[in-house]
Structure formats: structure tokens, C-alpha cells
Ligand binder design. Structure first.
Ligand SMILES: [Zn+2]
Length: 100
């Protein structure tokens, strides 16, 4: 979560698929955050609220006393996460765009 939005996670508008700007977020707990976002498509401009949760650890914290300890993800989930975290090629992005 420390990475800048640039090149990081892109929240897309449910209504039109354009990028949304996260306007505000409130951490309820270390693993649950309420988010407020607005669509950057001027014609749409929808606003939404939703939540971000951390469910599992893919690899545990290296700290002696982490604030929270989440269960380690099942191996199938870890494999999928590894695939999803790999940089996507332009070709895959195009395929995703066509599916949307
Ligand atoms: Zn929109």
C-alpha cells in the first residue's frame, strides 16, 4: 500500500470503466479501510464508497511484533496471487479491455 498510485492499483468506475480518483479513505482497522472515490470521466462523475480489506498474508511480516497477523493464504490462492502480481503485457491489457 505504500506504492504511489502511479502504476499501482487502479480503481475502475463500475458504471463506465474509467479510472476513479480515491478522494478519501478511512482506516477502520489495520485490515479494513473505507474508501471514497469519484470517477474521472467528466460525463460520468459517479461517486462511490466501498471497502478495502486484507484477508490473508502471502508471506508473513518480518517484524518481531506486527500489528496484526493474518492467516497465511491457501497455496492455491498464493499461486494465483503470484500470477496476478506479475507485470502484464500490452497484449493482455488489450484482451482485458476487449472483455470489459
Ligand atoms: Zn464512471
Amino acid at each position: 500500500m505504500s506504492a504511489p498510485n502511479n502504476g499501482g492499483y487502479k480503481a475502475l468506475c463500475p458504471a463506465c470503466g474509467n479510472r476513479m480518483r480515491i478522494r478519501n479513505s478511512e482506516a477502520q482497522t489495520p485490515t479494513f479501510k473505507t474508501m471514497y472515490a469519484q470517477c474521472t470521466n467528466i460525463a460520468c462523475s459517479a461517486t462511490y464508497t466501498g471497502s478495502l480489506t486484507w484477508d490473508y498474508a502471502l508471506s508473513p511480516s518480518g517484524l518481531d511484533q506486527p500489528r496484526v497477523v493474518l492467516p497465511i493464504a491457501p497455496s492455491l490462492l498464493r499461486m494465483k496471487a503470484l500470477q496476478d502480481s506479475l507485470p502484464k503485457t500490452d497484449q493482455l491489457d488489450l484482451l482485458n479491455a476487449l472483455e470489459a
